[in-house]
Design a protein around this ligand. Structure first.
Ligand code: CP
Length: 307
């Protein structure tokens, strides 16, 4: 295996073979999580990683920190509140300051699309790993989803996958559509037209305007969170009840036996009912577990040398 990427800002240049290398490694790490004796490694011993989160997070932040510690790295958890940004320091000076201290990698989440690309250019020699930027990209989310999906269904080749909801504001939708379609899935976007980008089909799928009707032929239905924090003042649908009736996953709208995914956090009763979220076809908690293994694999591939 050869792997020459020293960071992960997006999945734009990933081939099917790259995804396969990742899946092989991540599935090994996922199995190791079951064994307290086996899961702790020293692959990143002596490496210093900083987690730089400018937006709220539970899954991404905690699973990166867990992955870093399981691989033996020294971890610094940074947050903008309490930092010298509040004294007027620029982001550029903050980044140069962290680099001058000798850090090896940065995991970054920021509300501005492209922020990890800015850091990559600014800090040569530091591995930049994207934990979500604006509505642009959330690559490790798509990778963990790919791991859970392929473990559940085997191959995605020719499988219809419905991605439903707030596509317009979703970095997850963009990254998942890219990863799943590269692996052969047929992506169908569903949701209110008001929450679709004008060029939705450029994201790698077709648009179904008819509620969640495409779910009846799908192998996987992937629900997106309504991104209230990115919707500014505008109202995109009449009410949450109405949204759920037409676009939410429920026992009526998603046939039994169809796998259901959601990146979390979920809005119960809006994009997904509790009966579906907690039901036997839900992969939601498996996605969370895949998150730890995925981040271990990405850190190993980008910072740990060749496995
Ligand atoms: N899916 C996801 O990114 O969740 P968090 O915001 O909790 O990290």
């Amino acid at each position: 295996m050869s792997w020459d990427r020293k960071g992960l800002t997006d999945l734009c240049d990933w081939s099917k073979e790259d995804y396969q290398v990742f899946l092989d490694m991540a599935s090994r790490y996922k199995k190791s999580l079951d064994s307290p004796a086996d899961r702790k490694r020293d692959i990143l011993k002596g490496r210093v990683l900083v987690n730089l989160f400018f937006e709220p997070s539970t899954r991404t932040r905690v699973s990166f920190e867990m992955a870093e510690k399981l691989l033996g790295a020294d971890v610094i958890d940074w947050s903008s509140s309490g930092s010298s940004l509040s004294k007027g320091e620029t982001l550029r000076d903050t980044a140069w300051t962290l680099k001058a201290m000798g850090i090896d990698g940065l995991v970054v989440r920021h509300g501005r699309s492209g922020f990890p690309l800015f850091l990559k250019k600014l800090l040569p020699g530091v591995a930049i790993i994207n934990g979500g930027d604006g509505a642009r990209s959330h690559p490790t989310q798509a990778l963990l989803d790919l791991l859970s999906a392929t473990e559940a269904v085997g191959s995605l080749e020719s499988m219809p996958v419905v991605i439903a909801g707030d596509v317009a504001h979703s970095r997850v939708a963009r990254s998942v559509a890219r990863a799943f379609s590269t692996m052969g899935a047929k992506i169908i976007f569903a949701g209110p037209r008001s929450l679709m980008p004008a060029d939705v089909e450029s994201l790698g799928g077709t648009y179904s305007p008819d509620g969640l009707s495409a779910a009846k032929d799908a192998g996987i239905v992937y629900l997106l969170r309504i991104q209230k924090e990115r919707q500014q003042q505008e109202e995109f649908f009449p009410s949450q009840d109405e949204y759920h009736r037409y676009f939410g996953a429920s026992l009526e709208s998603v046939p039994a036996g169809t796998f259901v995914m959601h990146p979390g956090p979920i809005n119960r009763g809006v994009e997904i009912s509790s009966a579906v979220a907690d039901g036997s076809d839900s992969l939601i908690l498996d996605q969370v577990r895949s998150g730890v293994a995925t981040r271990m694999a990405i850190l190993d591939l980008c910072l740990g040398g060749v496995a």
